[in-house]
Design a protein around this ligand. Structure first.
Ligand code: B12
Ligand code: SF4
Ligand code: SF4
Length: 324
């Protein structure tokens, strides 16, 4: 009897948490355990093959990514939320570089944090004095896509993205790790990619050695954001006009073409106009000017030098004509 009552209470609490997540601006929420991830071997193979490039933190965090119960002391549940950030792509102005949709305004690590903290506070209140509820927005070793799939929010596509069947993949993931007893959701078991290979075929740098494996060292997102130094010529010449991130393997996905919806971006208010930057935008800026204009966006990561490098590559590609 007592067990049944506890089960009913955990279901009620989970429903309340999801309702609060939606009120706070998240498109969907799911609950799962922090049991070891089933694809730990895929992470090991990826790291051993050097596909993480210079992202040393991926090596440092590997043990906790594989066993997420080790991330936040006492926590045994993850509340995973999706934030829908899709923005329209305006026409290209002359001599400009393309910016990935997620980066067209406030950095989501900062921007989503207050809402996630409020969600964590709500969860803590449900659990009482000894409860733990720690928010994570793409920080720390949380295996976000694996947890989202297990929390029923979608499947992991051949482009490695978490795809929500009702919204597509232009979503950010965030989570609250907790010890509060919340009823878990069934995992999303289906693979709805079927025989499609559009993302694999469209990648200009051939960054997918096989479906669901991304060689980050060839990915434009990695090259423009994470990589330091000169971008190797054979890759640079395939980067076209991308100067920050890349959306190609998502833009071609039928699940985005059919279901991605503008207008849900209630927290970050990303600006489609920031989807293009003039290729000379960074030439006359000093560090203070860069911090003022772009320091609050994800461009802070490559910084002024990185953005100058990226724009030089795009200018070079434009002067040689589009190669894709
Ligand atoms: C490192 C990283 C990158 C690297 C490497 C990307 C990669 N595919 O690994 C780079 C810099 C290239 C990158 C790029 C981008 N990223 Co990124 N990135 C991360 C980060 C920090 C870790 C990802 C990771 O664990 N990689 C390691 C590899 C081995 O993991 P994986 O490819 O996901 O594979 C795992 C599963 O797929 C699973 N698996 C393997 N086979 C199978 C089979 C089945 C059936 C199943 C179910 C699972 C499964 O096992 C693997 C090991 O755990 C996460 C945030 C986080 N904390 O998790 C964000 C994250 C994945 N990135 C995100 C975004 C938005 C992007 C970009 C779209 C940004 C952009 N526009 O430029 C691109 C997309 C490129 C792409 N196609 O993935 C979002 C993705 C949201 C979503 N809906 O999926 C995340 C979750 C950040 C966030 N909080 O929202 N990213
Ligand atoms: S983000 Fe761009 S470069 Fe990276 S895998 Fe997707 S299509 Fe290829
Ligand atoms: S483009 Fe096709 S194969 Fe790639 S993720 Fe989308 S549905 Fe899956």
């Amino acid at each position: 009897m007592a067990a049944q009552a506890a089960q009913a209470l955990s279901a009620v609490h989970a429903a309340q948490v999801k309702a609060v997540a939606r009120r706070l601006g998240f498109a969907a929420a799911g609950v799962t355990t922090l049991a070891p991830v089933p694809h730990a071997d895929a992470l090991d193979r990826w790291l051993d093959a050097g596909l993480a490039g210079n992202m040393r933190y991926m090596h440092r965090q590997a043990d906790r990514r594989k066993e997420p119960e080790r991330i936040a002391a006492g926590a045994n549940r993850a509340v995973v939320v999706l934030y829908n950030y899709v923005t329209p792509d305006p026409p290209k102005p002359l001599a400009s570089g393309r910016v990935a949709k997620y980066a067209r305004g406030q950095d989501y690590h900062v921007g989503l944090r207050p809402a996630l903290e409020r969600l964590a506070a709500f969860i803590r209140d449900l659990g009482g004095p000894d409860s733990v509820a720690r928010p994570y927005v793409d920080a720390g070793p949380v295996p976000e896509r694996e947890l989202a799939q297990r929390a029923g929010l979608g499947w992991i596509g051949k482009n490695t993205m978490l795809i929500d069947p009702r919204r597509g993949s232009f979503t950010m993931l965030a989570s609250v790790l907790t010890n509060v007893d919340l009823a878990i959701d069934p995992p999303f078991e289906a693979d709805r990619c079927g025989s499609c290979t559009r993302c694999l075929d469209a990648c200009p740098t051939a960054a997918f050695p096989e479906p669901r494996v991304l060689d980050a060292t060839r990915c434009i997102s990695y090259l423009t954001i994470e990589y330091r130094g000169d971008i190797p010529g054979p890759l640079a010449e395939r980067m076209s006009d991308w100067v920050f991130g890349c959306d190609i393997c998502q833009d071609v996905c039928p699940w985005n073409r059919k279901f991605a919806r503008d207008g849900d971006d209630e927290i970050l208010h990303l600006d489609p106009a920031r989807g293009w930057v003039p290729l000379d935008a960074f030439e006359d800026l000093d560090e203070a000017g860069f911090a003022h204009r772009h320091g609050w966006t994800p461009m802070e990561r490559p910084g002024l030098q990185g953005m100058r490098r990226n724009c030089a590559v795009a200018a070079d590609n434009s002067s040689h004509g589009e190669r894709r």
